[in-house]
Design a protein. Structure first.
Length: 77
């Protein structure tokens, strides 16, 4: 039985790239993140990145808040 796994080559977005994708400012991304309104970022050392695949799924789901999105992902497994 095959399990669904994340692609290890998934593109990681910087704050600037995510801001461009969402058509908002970098500060807007930080505000959305601190208020829990976008998916949780990955921390790699001191760098903050978002999985492009996760962001696309979040947008396809209607851009719900972080808690709702994570609950939706858990149910989908």
């Amino acid at each position: 039985m095959a399990t669904q796994q994340e692609n290890p080559c998934d593109r990681l977005l910087t704050v600037q790239q995510l801001a461009s994708k969402l058509a908002i400012s970098k500060r807007g991304v930080h505000r959305l993140n601190s208020s829990g309104r976008i998916p949780k970022p990955l921390q790699i050392g001191g760098a903050i990145r978002w999985s492009e695949k996760t962001i696309n799924r979040w947008l396809d789901a209607g851009a719900p808040d972080r808690r709702t999105f994570e609950e939706m992902r858990e149910v989908g497994r």
